[in-house]
Design a protein around this ligand. Sequence first.
Ligand SMILES: *Cc1c(COP(=O)(O)O)cnc(C)c1O
Length: 357
Amino acid sequence: MSAVSYPWPGVIRRYAEFLPVTAETPVVTLLEGNTPLIPVPSFVAAIKGRFDLYLKYEALNPTCSFKDRGMTMAITKAKERGAKVVVCASTGNTSASAAAYAARAGLRCVVLLPQGKIAAGKMAQALLHGATTVSIEGNFDDALRIVRELGESGLVEVVNSVNPVRIEGQKTAAFEICDTLGDAPDFHFLPVGNAGNITAYWRGFKEYHAAEKADTLPRMMGWQAAGAAPLVLGHPVENPETVATAIRIGNPASWQGAMDAARESDGRIRSVTDEEILYAYKLLARTEGLMVEPACAAALAGLIHCVGTGEIPDGSLITATMTGHGLKDPDIAVKVAGFSPIVVPANREAVMAVMNL
Ligand SMILES: *Cc1c(COP(=O)(O)O)cnc(C)c1O
């Protein structure tokens, strides 16, 4: 019998020297990570940029978002500690990932979601993987508050990014970018919701720099939705609203981490409107054939904004995280596309007629 070989071992085994694990740690992995860094020259031309842009396409993780990088760590450490039940609050992707990794580990999973504000695909994932799925009559911030209270009881393991090992796992995306490019980029753009990811990327870039695996550090450019922009406003937002449900968060858990990343890197955290988000979402789909979640498009809308203000030097090397897959939210895609299939009789002439040939 020939052995099956897995060239990519998942982020924990690949980057073990940078993570809080030992040789005895019972690694729970779906072989997440190793996602492509895709050049998007047509998109850059369309926005009249004079730089190189690469998208870290995190949609190609096992549950189709970057959350899997943190979740492999969180579920692994929960298993190592002998936890039986894991719990999280989520705008959708954390719950999808927690449900999948808990199923893989044989742990019970409970997810708390803001009622009516979860993209259909994400809800489907939590339900299919067998998580106890609870709709809270409130928003994400309410759900996270309850989860924190449950965590204090000591009966459950919280796998939100308030759990520090989530951030540890997520920083591996920055390592991969440096490994692929041979150095850090000049700028890194990403959407910001609960702010765990910008905290994680900055930590990853700094650790790789300290380990002499990258010569430079990027400027961190974080983007919130205008209706959910507490970090830009400088105070929590009571009723956050945005079409980008993954970043519909009014009181980010990693507030300080995000502010530190922006300050230390000479970066920025700013906001874009829903209109700008959906414009960028559609433009990427039309120019490059890439489908991302609306939240990802906040980073692209931010880049368009920066082209307008002239603050990106010509020839810069830019990366941006595409945090989740557009298929999670097909309702938005159909709405933004702006037209429906054309119905015709089943013959060639009818099809030719609509082709204008
Ligand atoms: C979780 C998530 C974000 C926001 O990341 P934070 O770490 O909460 O800032 C952005 N986009 C998608 C698709 C997400 O799932």
